[in-house]
Structures are given as structure tokens and as C-alpha cells.
Write a protein that binds this ligand. Structure first.
Ligand code: ATP
Ligand code: MG
Length: 658
């Protein structure tokens, strides 16, 4: 493909607040310069901040496109998250401050978590789970989910967490793809006041998962009434979590289960991508490099201190939950808020109520959530005291500049830096991001690569584009990179390292971006989604951001549809903020607004107002389905959609508009 045409201008810039800079981990050092001088030495230094059982002497072995990091060292991920804290002053510090959707609460100190993980590791031993075995985890956002992950890591089992909102079929396919031996689930979870019958869903999956030998079932809410509290228990196969833990605790031996010494390149986990573009891929992460990447980024991107109360609102079913709820924050000894449920239950201020209740200082969420907050209105955050917040983060999709500004003003009180973090399941850790306290931010830009990470903008021939739009590439290996796709190394090579002929050293993430005169990156969306209007290649993000810039619009998704003259015409799907109604007048106004902001070329041909947009279960807009609708095709794969009803009704509406 040719370069992307860059249309949208965004000139606002926010220098880091001096008080923030003065207290940041980065104060008094130039880690960009250090890392640029010798990236491998920088990563080795970051790796040495972990606790190793056998220290490494080798840093990087790179046989493109396969990398190994710290390959002769051994360590254990759970020991890095727990053991090293319980021997010091963090022993009685809150590790997890948990709140269930119905309002139940639990706090686990580092010591509590250490004890639980050890006991659970003993449970895994007794069930015959060995190093390298795969374990599926299908749980709500409860402390047991963290215990299960770290318990697996402790014994060297490879976890595969499947988001609790996925269907039995999705669970079945993920279990079978990596032949998991054990499944860990719960009788129920809660979402928007509804009971999610996890064990029942799991039972349907289990009809066709021959590799599963045992199932562990957490009782989510002992004492709560309801038939779901007692799902069917298959004798010999299904075991209650609390019984197994009780037995492990009373076996007459120490509760300590020594952490397995894992080679840095031994598998830590498999995680399936969210499926925005098609069939999910089983991404493989190993131990040493992954822990190095997540610990270093957690420390510097979130500037985490012992006094902080950190809340990442992701689900542990996604990579953001793995890296920035579990492994990164616990490795650096943080206090983490974990919340089970929806942001609008029982009311639309639930998140702000939680921030106020626990005095959250660092808050990390996704643009889809921010756009929902915008849609609901400012009265909800205004009800709560958010004055403890000192840093905000965004991840998952490009954030439209207007959503960024809203977040900055209404959540951050105009004082908190925002870190817009670009990365992927495959990259394991944050790749492009500001460092708060160092990097000036621009609304809508993920800014610059993290120290030790090398990015570039390339054209289709691999030639570097210093300024303008093109294909994003990562040009050096990094410790937390995926090692392969489970069971399909050819697909690994094909998908990520074959974009540029004869250059198996260049990683292609699938995203298009622009680079401005300051060298800042602006992610313009997935290359598969790029629009081609009369020979101009336009990122979806630009047109969407122009729409969201209008005061009536909360969220927008645009796609190209075949057009006889222009090649493609632009179809826009638009969600309005509360207090605004769809009308023909507003439609014309929005078309003109886009034309004014970025030029007549980007004026949408169709605008459809909609209460909702089709999203993956991780909350990302699925443009490929909107394209199917706009072009009147049958819908493609919808299995990773959060709510298939949304596309069905959009399709119907689209077909019946005049
Ligand atoms: P699949 O690969 O199965 O289609 P997915 O790409 O949505 O699913 P993830 O690994 O969860 O799965 O998401 C990574 C993608 O999310 C990135 O490639 C990018 O398109 C988008 N993304 C994540 N963070 C940002 C960000 N800060 N700015 C812009 N885009 C982002
Ligand atoms: Mg992807």
C-alpha cells in the first residue's frame, strides 16, 4: 500500500506538570538517552531489578524472527510478585483491594496473597498439574482469579485465561486449541445485576473438551441464595475450590510450596487476542522477558510508588489485565484495586464511587469506557471526590482528541498527565507511550516509543517515512515480545514478520500511524480498516475524531463502502451524547463538520445514528462487521462480539434508511 494521507490537525500540547516531574521515578535521570545508547544493556538492567534464582549471563539471542532473552537465567514469576515482598516492609501492605459488583469487599495483603498462592500451588500439585501443562481459567474478576494465575506460575503450569463473558463455544475452542488439562471456574459471576452462570457455561464446553481431567469450582458468594450456588458437580472430575484449599491447609505440612525454577524462556502463559480482525490467535509469552517488560513499564509509565492506589479497570481475560493488574503491579509491590462488575451498576457513577472510596491515585481504562462516560454526561463524576487522582491512562484503541480532553478535564481535574499507551497482546507490554513527568502529551497521540523500544513508520517497500502516514513497525526485538502462536509457528512468521520482503527482523503490528514533525506517533487504526477515497488513504481514526469533535457526538465508527467513482465512500455510524436527538438536520451538520475539520474528501456519504456500536467483548469497535453492513453483505464471524443484537439491529436499520 502507499502512504496514508494525513488530514486531521491537532495542535494542543500539554507539558508535564513540574511537580509531577520532580517526584517521578524518572527525576534526575535520562532513561531515553541511557536506553538509546545501548538498548540491550538497558533491558538487562531492567531485568536485574527482578529477583532471579539463577542470574542470566546472556541478554539477547536474535535469529530473526525468533528471539530469546536472558536465556540462561532462571526465575519464577509468582516469587517476583510475592516472595520478594513478604520478606520486607511490604509484607502487610494491601496487594489487592477488591470489590464485587453486589458490593461485597475483600482486602488481601501481600502476605495473604502469598499464603493463598502457596496453598493453591499445593492444590495444583495434588491434582497432578506439572510444569508445562496448560490450565484454563474461566473466572469472574475475583481475587481467586489472581490466585489461580500466580498458582500456575508458581508450579510452572501455563495458564490460558478465557474472559468470563465468552460463550461455551469460545471456551471450548480455546481449551482444545492448547489441550488444557485443568479448568478453573466459578459457580457464578455478576454483571449489571445479573448472575452469569459460569459453571453451567463451562459444563456445555466440557462436553467436547477431552483433554480436561479436573475442574475446580470457586463458590463466588458463599451464603448467597439461588440455585446457581449449587451447580451440578460431577463426582471425581469437579472439585470445590474451598475444599481443596482447606485440605491443602490441613495436610500437616508447611503451607509453603517452593516456586519452581523456570528458565527465562519457559512458557508463562497463552492468551488469545481479542478477535477484532478475525479468528483469535493463541499468543505465547515466556517468563523472563515478559516479567522484565511489564515490571519496567509499570514502574516508569505509571510512576508507581508504594503510597499509590492503582486501578486498572480491564478484565484479567485480556492482556491488559495480565500485564497491568497482575504481573506488572504486583512485581513492583503496588496496591491494586480490582472490581468485578460494570461501570453503570447500580448507577453510572460506580467507577467514581470506587475511586473516591479507596482514594485511587492512578486510573487506567479504555477509550470505549471514556466515550461511554462522555455519553452519560459530567454529572456522574461530578458527584464524587476524585481529587486523589494524579495520573490517568488509556489503552485498547486510539483515543479521539475530544475524548482525551474530556478525560483530562472531567476525570483528571485538568491536573493529571494522561498516558495513552499503545501496545498489543503480542507485545506483552506497553510499546509507545508518554513517560509522565518527562514527555509532553498531545491529545490523540501515543507519543514516542518506551525506552529500549524501536519503532518506525515504513512504506510498503520498507522505506522509512520521517513525517506523514504509513505502516507502523517495531524494528528491534524487545523482551516481552510474543515467542510464537501456540501450535502454529508458520502463522507467527506469516502474520508478524513477513510484511517486508527479505526483512524477517521487522515486526508488523497491523496498525497504520502517522509521525509528526516532533517524531510523535499517532495511531490511525488497523491497516485493514484504512479508507481509500478517490485515491486518498485515510485512517478511520481521523474521520471518527472529527465526528467526535462535534458536541452532539459521543462515539463514531467509520468504514469504507464500494463506490463507483470514488473507489470508496465513507459510511459513518454515530452515537449521540445524552440530551441530543437524531435528525436530518444534525446529519447534514455532522457531514459539514467533518468537511470543515479535515476537508471535503472526508465528508461521509452516509451517517446512521445508533444507540450502540458493535464491539468485541473487550470493548473495541468491530469495523469489519460495519463494512459488511454498509456493503450489504452477510455478516462475517461474530463470535467475539459482546452483543450480537447490536449488529443485527444496525443491519436492519441500515437497510431501511432512505
Ligand atoms: P485481533 O488481533 O484478534 O484482531 P486485537 O488486535 O483487538 O484483536 P489486542 O491485542 O487486544 O487484540 O489489541 C491490540 C490492538 O489494539 C492494537 O494493534 C491497536 O490496533 C489497538 N490499540 C491498543 N492500544 C492502543 C492505543 N493506545 N492507541 C491506538 N490503538 C491501540
Ligand atoms: Mg491484533
Amino acid at each position: 500500500m502507499s502512504d496514508l494521507d494525513v488530514l486531521l490537525q491537532e495542535d494542543r500540547s500539554f507539558p508535564p506538570p513540574p511537580q509531577f516531574s520532580a517526584q517521578a521515578h524518572t527525576a534526575g535521570a535520562d532513561i531515553y538517552r541511557d536506553a538509546a545508547r545501548d538498548p540491550d544493556a538497558f533491558w538487562a538492567r531492567m531485568a536485574r531489578e527482578l529477583t532471579w534464582i539463577e542470574p542470566f549471563t546472556r541478554v539477547l539471542d536474535w535469529k530473526p524472527p525468533h528471539a530469546q532473552w536472558f536465556a540462561d537465567g532462571t526465575l519464577n514469576a509468582s516469587a517476583n510478585c510475592l516472595d520478594r515482598h513478604v520478606d520486607g516492609p511490604r509484607r502487610n501492605k494491601a496487594a489487592i483491594v477488591w470489590e464485587g459488583e453486589p458490593g461485597d469487599r475483600r482486602t488481601l495483603t501481600y502476605w495473604d496473597l502469598y499464603r493463598e498462592v502457596n496453598l493453591f500451588a499445593k492444590v495444583l500439585d495434588r491434582l497432578g498439574v506439572k510444569k508445562g501443562d496448560r490450565v484454563a481459567i474461566y473466572l469472574p474478576m475475583i481475587p481467586e482469579a489472581v490466585v489461580a494465575m500466580l498458582g500456575c506460575a508458581r508450579v510452572g503450569a501455563v495458564h490460558s485465561v478465557v474472559f468470563g463473558g465468552f460463550s461455551p463455544e469460545s471456551l471450548r475452542d480455546r481449551i482444545n486449541d492448547s489441550r488444557c488439562k485443568l479448568l478453573i471456574t466459578a459457580d457464578r459471576g455478576y454483571r449489571r445485576g445479573q448472575v452469569v452462570p459460569l459453571k453451567r457455561n463451562a459444563d456445555r464446553a466440557l462436553e467436547e473438551t477431552p483433554s480436561i481431567e479436573n475442574v475446580i469450582v470457586v463458590r463466588r458468594r458463599p451464603g448467597a441464595e439461588g440455585d446457581l450456588a449449587f451447580p451440578e458437580i460431577v463426582e471425581g472430575r469437579d472439585h470445590w475450590w474451598h475444599r481443596l484449599m482447606h485440605d491443602a491447609e490441613h495436610d500437616g505440612e508447611s503451607f509453603v510450596r517452593e516456586p519452581e525454577a523456570m528458565n527465562a524462556e519457559d512458557l508463562l502463559y497463552i492468551l488469545y487476542t481479542s478477535g477484532t480482525t478475525g479468528k483469535p490467535k493463541g499468543i505465547v509469552h515466556t517468563t523472563g522477558g515478559y516479567m522484565t517488560g511489564v515490571a519496567a513499564t509499570t514502574k516508569y509509565v505509571f510512576d508507581l510508588k508504594d503510597e499509590d492506589v492503582y486501578w486498572c479497570t480491564a478484565d484479567i481475560g485480556w492482556v491488559t489485565g495480565h500485564s497491568y493488574i497482575v504481573y506488572g503491579p504486583l512485581a513492583v509491590g503496588a496496591t491494586c484495586v480490582v472490581y468485578e462488575g460494570a461501570p453503570d451498576w447500580p448507577d453510572k457513577d460506580r467507577f467514581w464511587q470506587i475511586c473516591e472510596r479507596y482514594g485511587v491515585t492512578i486510573f487506567y481504562t479504555a477509550p470505549t469506557a471514556i466515550r461511554a462516560f462522555m455519553k452519560w454526561g459530567t454529572e456522574f463524576p461530578a458527584r464524587r471526590d476524585l481529587s486523589r487522582l494524579r495520573l490517568l491512562g488509556s489503552v485498547g484503541e486510539p483515543i479521539n482528541p475530544e475524548a482525551w480532553m474530556w478525560y483530562h478535564e472531567h476525570i483528571g481535574g485538568g491536573r493529571c498527565p494522561i498516558v495513552d499507551t499503545w501496545w498489543q497482546t503480542e507485545t506483552g507490554a506497553i510499546m509507545i507511550t508518554p513517560l509522565p513527568g518527562v514527555t509532553a502529551t498531545k491529545p490523540g497521540s501515543a507519543t514516542v516509543p518506551f525506552p529500549g523500544v524501536s519503532a518506525a513508520l515504513l512504506d510498503s517497500l520498507g522505506k522509512e517515512i520521517p513525517e506523514g502516514g504509513g505502516l507502523l513497525a517495531l524494528t528491534r526485538p524487545w523482551p516481552s515480545m510474543l515467542r510464537t502462536i501456540w501450535g502454529d509457528d508458520d502463522r507467527y512468521v506469516q502474520t508478524y514478520f513477513s510484511k517486508w520482503e527479505g526483512r524477517p527482523d521487522l515486526y508488523f503490528p497491523g496498525d497504520g500511524a502517522k509521525r509528526d514533525a516532533d517524531g510523535y506517533y499517532w495511531i490511525l487504526g488497523r491497516v485493514d480498516d484504512v479508507l481509500n477515497v478517490a485515491g486518498h488513504r485515510i485512517g478511520t481514526m481521523e474521520v471518527e475524531s472529527a465526528l467526535v469533535d462535534h458536541p452532539a457526538v459521543a462515539e463514531a465508527a467509520v468504514v469504507g463502502k464500494v463506490h463507483e467513482l470514488k473507489g470508496q465512500a465513507i459510511a459513518a455510524f454515530v452515537t449521540l451524547r445524552s440530551g441530543h436527538q437524531p435528525s436530518g438536520e444534525l446529519r447534514d451538520e455532522l457531514r459539514e463538520h467533518v468537511a470543515e475539520k479535515i476537508g471535503a474528501i472526508a465528508r461521509p456519504d452516509d451517517i446512521l445514528f445508533s444507540a450502540d456500536l458493535p464491539k468485541t467483548r473487550s470493548g473495541k469497535i468491530m469495523r469489519r462487521l460495519l463494512r459488511d453492513i454498509a456493503e450489504g453483505r452477510a455478516l462475517g464471524d461474530t463470535t467475539t462480539l459482546a452483543d450480537p443484537g447490536v449488529v443485527a439491529s444496525l443491519k436492519e436499520q441500515y437497510e431501511h434508511q432512505e
